[in-house]
Design a protein around this ligand. Sequence first.
Ligand code: ADP
Length: 505
Amino acid sequence: MQSRRVQVDLKALLASPGLRVVTDSVRDYAIFLLDPKGKILTWNTGAQQIKGYAASEIVGESFERFYTEQDRASGRPHALLAEAARDGRVEEEGWRVRKDGSRFWADVVISRLNDASGSLIGFVKVTRNLTDKKRALEDQSERARQQAALSQLGLFALRTPELGMVVERAVRTVVETLQLEDVRIHRADERSPAGAESVAIHGLEGQADFGMLSVSASRPLSANDLNFLRSVSNVIATAVARTRLEEQLRVAELSAIEERGKKVQAQEALRQRDEFISVAAHELRTPLTALQLKLQSLERIRSADRKVERIGGAVRQTERLSQLIERLLDVSRIAQGGVEMSPESFDLSGLVRQVADDFREPALEAHAPLELKLPDKLEGSWDRLRLEQVLVNLISNAVKYGAGKPVCVSLEADEERVRVTVADRGIGIAPEDVERIFGRFQRAVPIRHYGGLGLGLYITRYIVEAHQGTISVDSKVEQGSTFVVDLPRWSPAGSGRDRTAQASA
Ligand code: ADP
């Protein structure tokens, strides 16, 4: 905005005591008069404060001495006066020089003074010190520049998997943004160069620091610069941490692949074992059946002979052998996807009596007499042959592991369910083995004391579950075991396959 040209009587103005009073009361501004050539005519307290001269030192001198040497050489002071003379007023911001040679950033307004006839009689010059404001602005733009550089670096680090490239870029960012020559990254236990400013590249929680970022500068580093260095070191720390994490993940992935490989191998070994068992059992069954037939016919022919007894023993041994082979075949059938259950109505008490009868002899030999607690008759529907297998397995175990003490087989029922209990007072089962013994080939006794394949309970549980029943055991070491089979009384027909899937789900 163009100011109006001010008309004054300079002599009267200079003589006026009011001028001093007014200008001296202003402390934040240097206000003084210049003659048309730029000679200083008056001085105020603000001027003394901003520029450092007392009135006696400066009045009568040229205003040029407030300008930098460069400005003076280019004729800037007089160009400004000429502009103010022409336009009535000129304003600019620029560096000015104090008495002690230091610089300050000034906002300067020079206004032309006219006499009554309109001729130039001098200038009034008002100067304000804006150094703090300028610093604040510079500070702000410096911070903005550093922020921008930091964002670029962060983005680069996110996109770049190679740690080396991130570190190189970080060093370059510091060199370019802070205008420094000597920027280096070194181990935390290495000394930083003399006089260098260093910040730590922090390790992850609980880890040692990754290293140091050291810079050597000829100028003192500002708080902004140090903050910037810390942020750069954080970007490097994040990249290092990420690289290490990726390394750990790679190692974990490799060992997972290895584990998977082992698992596949183990599964293949199991499959081969199952196949072998199936083939071997089939192969054994053929000659065994032939042998059994031959022995039975011998038994019939020589019935009058004393040798019959021995033949009878041989027949029993082949029966045991064929039972073992049947068990192996059952395991193969189960592994291949299920065994059909064919329920029919029959009297379970009768079946228990029959099995117990078959066991009378071996039970007596083992000094483990069987006690039966059964209702006279208990009708229901189950797969007869399979349930016989369950009873045989449980009773033979009770006799075998019963330590020569009585074995009790009992039967209870209501409309819906039946419960078969086989209790012995033998060696018992350790708590940690209780779940395991229902698995394939699982045994909890040493083979040299007790023979067996470890399949009886596995097949038993399969049959019970295929009837939608449950089997459990309550046992104490040295005190005996009680196996309880709980079954629905009327089983629907169906295959064991679906139920196995349910049971193992
Ligand atoms: P096997 O008797 O042929 O070893 P089973 O599957 O019938 O196989 O039984 C598995 C294991 O459970 C046995 O080896 C034995 O350790 C344990 N076990 C089964 N029944 C009894 C029982 N009545 N008392 C003590 N231990 C038993």
